[in-house]
Structure formats: C-alpha cells, structure tokens
Design a binder for this molecule. Structure first.
Ligand SMILES: NC(=O)c1ccc[n+]([C@@H]2O[C@H](COP(=O)([O-])OP(=O)(O)OC[C@H]3O[C@@H](n4cnc5c(N)ncnc54)[C@H](OP(=O)(O)O)[C@@H]3O)[C@@H](O)[C@H]2O)c1
Length: 243
C-alpha cells in the first residue's frame, strides 16, 4: 500500500489490550493503515513483540505499559502518546478480562477485576483522551463490548454486566461529545478465538469462532469512515451461529 492508499496516514491511535488477542489485531491493522500506534497493556514483552511487528512492516509504534485500573497510569499513557506522536485521533479500548460462574458459585471479590478493567477501565480511558480529541475537534473512540450484554448466558452475569455497562456508557458519552467532533462507537462481539478462552476449558468450539483479524477489519471500517459518518454500534458474530 502506498501512503496515499493508507486511510490513517498521519493519524495516531492508542489501543488498550494491545499485547494479544483482539487489541493486538486491531493495533496491527490500524498501523497497516498508516496510523502511529501506542500499545497499552501490562505485559511488557507482549507489547514489545507487537511494536516490533509493526516496525518490521514500516509502521510507527510505541509501547506504553499500562494497567487500566490505575487512573494515573492511564493519564500517563495518554500523555506519553501525545508527547511521542503529537496528537491522538483514535482510542480503542480492548483491554478486558473474563471469568465465568453462576452467581451463587462466585464471590463479590471475583467480580472486582472485571468491573475494574472491563467497565471502569474503559470509562477512565475515554475520559483521559477527551481533552485532546475535543481540542482537535476530531477523534474516534471505539469501545469493545460483547454479545454477552444481549444474550443472557447463565454463568456470565458479572461479565455481561460489565459489557452492558460499556454499551450504555458509550451511548451516553456519544451524545455528550457529538457536537465536539468526537465519535464514540461500540463493537459488540460474538466469540473470538483469542487467549481469553485458554482459561475456559469447557468453552465453545474455538475453530468456529471469529478470528481477531475479522474484528480488526470491522474496527478499521469504523475508524476510517469520513468524519461526517459514524458507524456507532456494530455487532459482529461468527456466521456459523455460536455465541
Ligand atoms: N474473545 C472473545 O470471544 C471476546 C468476545 C467479546 C468481547 N471480547 C472482549 O474483547 C476484549 C479483548 O479480549 P481478548 O479476547 O482479546 O482477550 P485477551 O486475548 O485475553 O487479551 C486481553 C488484553 O487485555 C489486556 N489487559 C487485561 N487486563 C488489563 C489491565 N488491567 N490493564 C491493561 N490491559 C489489560 C491484556 O494484557 P495484560 O494481561 O498483559 O495486561 C491483553 O492484552 C475484552 O474486553 C473482551 O471482554 C472478547
């Protein structure tokens, strides 16, 4: 692809959860479209590998090790991104975690990490990027939710609550910043074959799940539409019908 053909040439993206799975695939795809990409997650080695892969393909990447449950770390990641690349056009919040079990079989403590990462972490990341996006009068936030928020699967109550929270948070925020030139999209995903499922031995057939690259294509579509068009809620499911 020539620079003229790359839809995100000159733009800058911050992707959380970029070390593996969905976030990694989206980061690689945004970089392939010419965006400079800041990669946020906790595992430094994984971030370094993704950054190296982007650079091998001629792209620009910055690893910003970040725990999204730490507000100051999120603020620092945004500051580092802007210090390195000069602006911030796209936020993708793909950092997330899942654990499953019936409500009676789990303890409140079991829910805390999911609430902190999947919901509060998304909220804090969105809030952190808004000043620069509003100042630019341009920006796209893409939050990652799940069909668990729409299909009521026993054993998923706490996870589903975090993902439903992401949908509603995104829809309200969207109305707050619409007039400022900032778009807020939600990607509602069916099952995707990522390391997230490694800890779920009785989970669905992984060969029938979406691939992370499928999700990345949808994400690229959402962020590369012209500023006057907004794809606000997109549901992407395995065509075969599982989850
Ligand atoms: N896979 C699916 O079927 C599916 C379906 C619907 C929605 N989703 C959602 O998609 C998102 C990505 O999931 P995935 O399947 O790609 O999972 P994954 O392969 O396990 O990747 C999760 C990513 O989030 C990062 N992360 C976790 N906790 C973090 C924290 N406290 N701070 C910063 N980063 C953190 C992980 O890095 P570190 O552990 O190194 O921090 C990793 O990079 C999640 O929100 C998930 O709920 C997944």
């Amino acid at each position: 692809m020539t620079a003229a053909e790359r839809a995100l040439e000159g733009q800058v993206a911050l992707v959380t959860g970029a070390g593996r799975g969905i976030g990694r695939a989206i980061a690689l795809a945004l970089a392939a479209q010419g965006a400079a990409v800041a990669l946020a997650a906790r595992t430094r080695q994984q971030l370094a590998e993704v950054a190296a892969e982007i650079r091998e393909h001629g792209g620009r990447a910055l690893a910003v090790p970040t725990d999204v449950t730490q507000d100051a770390a999120v603020e620092a990641a945004v500051e580092q991104t802007i210090a390195e690349f000069g602006r911030l056009d796209v936020l993708v919040t793909a950092a997330g975690t899942a654990s499953f079990g019936p409500v009676t079989g789990t303890k409140p403590d079991d829910w805390d990490t999911m609430l902190a990462v999947n919901l509060r972490g998304v909220m804090v990341c969105c809030r952190a990027v808004l000043p620069v996006m509003v100042h630019q009068r341009r920006g796209t936030i893409l939050n990652v939710s799940s069909v668990a928020a729409q299909r009521f699967i026993p054993g998923s109550a706490a996870y589903a609550a975090t993902k439903a929270g992401v949908v509603v948070w995104s829809r309200v925020l969207r109305e707050e910043v619409r007039a400022e030139g900032v778009r807020v999209g939600v990607l509602v995903l069916g099952a995707v074959d990522t390391p997230l499922w490694d800890a779920v031995p009785q989970g669905p057939d992984r060969s029938r799940m979406l691939r992370p690259e499928d999700v990345a294509r949808a994400a690229v579509l959402m962020v590369t539409l012209p500023p006057g068009a907004a794809l606000e809620d997109l549901t992407l499911l395995p065509a075969g019908g599982i989850l």
